[in-house]
Design a protein around this ligand. Sequence first.
Ligand code: HEM
Length: 82
Amino acid sequence: MTIDRKDLPEYSKAQLALRNGQDKPAIWVAYLGLIYDVSKSRLWKNGMHYEHWAGQDLTHELADAPHSQSVFQRFDVVGRLV
Ligand code: HEM
């Protein structure tokens, strides 16, 4: 079953910023309007990933990455960035 985007909890940029891996244990990243919980990734330890920080919308930064958006597949969507 696919999740209807409208059913997801909504978070503001300020709320997302608190999940940067520094202020709270949660490590979240927004991509194309959806917020992913990447806390379980050893590549996002303390919220840092190859000079990129969690707790932000990194949609535009993906262009700099050596990988596609398929890297998000194994992570849960926890909300919608509004
Ligand atoms: C200079 C920029 C970046 C570099 C060098 C980099 C490098 C990597 C590498 C080497 C991996 C390992 C697996 C793979 O290649 O598929 C990875 C995974 C990943 N990257 Fe990046 N990345 C960059 C930017 C980004 C950005 C901007 C995002 C978010 C929009 C992102 C999100 C992820 C995610 C979610 C994973 C999966 C982690 C896991 O499975 O544990 N990366 N990245």
